[in-house]
Structures are given as C-alpha cells and as structure tokens.
Design a protein around this ligand. Structure first.
Ligand code: FCA
Length: 335
C-alpha cells in the first residue's frame, strides 16, 4: 500500500492530533515538518510564474514547509501533477490552471486524495460558467488594473500630442478567461472615457495568454488597417502586448508610432526596458508576483496547519512601470 492513501493520511492526522494533546510545541514542530504543497502553473516558462513559484518556495524555506513546483500546461498534465503530489504525500496545492473550465475536474481529483486547493491568478469556473466560490482565490483586481492601463495610454497619447481621431487601438483579447476580459474591458472603458474613438478599436482574439499567440492575432489587424499612423496596444498581460509590439515592428511601424501598455511587471518587461533604445512597449502595470506567490502559499499553509480556510477572494492592485521608473517600482514591489 502506498504511504499516501487517504486512509494513511487520516491515521497520520490522528497521530498528529494525539501529539497535539500531548504538548503543543512538539505538535507544532511535527506538523511544520510534514507540510508539503504543490505549486502548479499554466506557463512555467513565463517570468511571472517563475517568480511566483520561487517566492512560494522561499516562504516555505522560511516557515519550514516544502513547495513542489510543477507545470500544468493542459488538463492531462495538471491531473498527472496532482497524482504525483499525492504520491509524494502533499496535503494540497496552489494552482493557476491552464483553462479555468477545468475547475470541477481538478477539484474532483483533489477531493479523491483529500487535498486542499487554492487558486492563484486565474479563478476556476463551474459548469455554469460561474466562479467556484468554494475554492479560495487570490488574483488581481482585473477591471481596476485595466483602467490603469487605459489611463496610462490616454496620458501618453496626450503627451505625444496625438489626435484621437487618428489613433487606432489594437485590443488583444482573450474572452475565455474572465480575468483577461475584465482587464481589457477596464482599459477600454478608461480609454473611451478619455475621448478615444470607439470605432477605432480593433480586436485581435488570441488563443492563449502568451507572446506568440498575440503576435499571430495582431499581425493581420495591422495589415488590414494600414490607414492608421498611430497605434495603442493593450491586452491581459505584457507578454501579449509584446506580441502586438513585435507585430507592429514587423509591419514597419516605428516605436514613436506605438504606445503599448501591459500588465504584470515581470522579467519580460524588465528585458524590454533594458534594451538600448525604446520600443513601442511604453509601460506595464506591475503587480507583485512575489506577493501572489507568497500569499497564496501562506494561505494554503495556514489552512493545512490551522484548519483556517482562506477567504473566498483576495484582489491585488498594481502600479504603472515605465522605462523611467522600472527599477524603483521593481524594488518597491519586491520583484
Ligand atoms: C493570468 C495571466 C498572467 C498574469 C496572471 C496574474 O494568469 O496569464 O500573465 O497576468 O494572470
């Protein structure tokens, strides 16, 4: 019999319970040593997720629990990751799922093993397409952060003295993912509020949340709308905005014809700001991936050790980062 069946875990739990009644100090040491959690992410190669996993691991080292970093790029890989965690004796996992509609299937598998689950960044949907309220979540406040993107773009258009009638927007969308829709909706609302022309907004629906899918979605939009000299670009994250900016370069637009503003404030943005000459990637609303990683892992840790279920939804905020201030904002957010 595997050491990690639910029955074994119940027995271990009972033993820990007995130790607890014998003396709190011993019990504390024992339960801390035993805690192991997974941290599963949909895009393990992206700087945002690398930092999130590292921050969780570091917290584990400080607090004395183990974090197993895993990749879950599709449903099959997530389910194998959960099996793997079970065979290692993990009590739960933090996850940013590759598809939010996998929520019920992932929870089924986790429940079979008696594991606790919290989501980070992308929140599970149930079969009615509603958020799974019973799974604690930590993610960005998508609409507000989107509004920050829209305001930053509007302000920079003003600085450059662009006439709104002559500016087009490349809106790279991902409506399958609610947090993505909230972000681009917030940005659109702020832009319209600033006087941006609704008819000048063109959609580029991406299949995924990465640079290459954004690039493929963006390229045809530039070719079709060659009549515009000035472009603004926004999307759910900076990786996607970078895809749009690369497509604008390939189409032949100069950096001063483009204002791209992303979201995340990860290594992808740092690399862009570190280039010798500015590109069309003007800025990004930075959110602390360090905090997302630490806080979601800590929430799960408290739940495992104290039985205290984290709150249903925690929303985080962001700060505009540009080529001029990125090092300061990076430090401020502990990135
Ligand atoms: C989603 C995006 C990531 C990041 C995260 C907070 O998962 O794909 O880039 O923005 O939300």
């Amino acid at each position: 019999m595997s050491l990690t069946t639910p029955m074994t875990r119940t027995l271990i739990g009972m033993a820990v319970g007995l130790a607890l009644s014998a003396g709190p100090l011993t019990a504390q040491a024992q339960s801390d040593e035993d805690v192991k959690m997974g941290f599963i992410v949909k895009k393990p190669e992206q700087a945002w997720f690398i930092n999130e996993q590292e921050a969780a691991t570091k917290l584990g080292e400080e607090k004395g629990f183990e974090v197993v970093r895993l990749s879950g790029e599709d449903g099959q890989e997530v389910l194998s990751a959960i099996d793997n965690l079970n065979s290692q004796g993990a009590q739960g996992f933090v996850i940013c799922p590759p598809d939010v509609r996998l929520g019920p299937a992932i929870m089924n598998r986790a429940k079979q093993y008696g594991m606790k689950v919290v989501t980070v960044d992308d929140r599970f949907l149930n079969s009615d397409g509603e958020p799974m309220e019973d799974v604690p979540h930590l993610g960005m406040s998508g609409y507000k952060i989107g509004e920050q993107v829209g305001n930053a773009i509007a302000e920079e258009m003003d600085n450059r003295g662009w006439d709104p009638d002559e500016v087009a927007a490349l809106r790279i969308t991902n409506y399958e993912l609610p947090t993505a829709k909230e972000r681009t909706d917030g940005a659109t609302a702020a832009l319209l509020e600033s006087g941006f022309k609704k008819d000048n907004i063109f959609d580029a629906p991406q299949q995924n949340t990465d640079t290459s899918s954004a690039f493929s979605a963006a390229s045809p939009v530039f070719s079709k709308r060659g009549d515009f000299e000035h472009w603004v670009i926004y999307a759910l994250n900076e990786e996607s905005v970078l895809g749009g900016v690369r497509a604008s370069e390939q189409y032949g637009l100069d950096p001063d014809q483009v204002i791209g503003v992303g979201i995340n404030g990860s290594g992808a943005a740092f690399a862009e700001f570190s280039r010798e000459t500015p590109t069309g990637f003007y800025g990004t609303v930075a959110v602390s991936s360090t905090m997302h990683g630490r806080q979601s892992a800590d929430n799960l840790y408290q739940w495992i050790t104290d039985g205290e279920k984290p709150k249903a939804n925690t929303e985080t905020t962001g700060k505009l980062m540009t080529r001029d201030n990125w090092k300061d904002v990076r430090e401020e957010l502990g990135l």
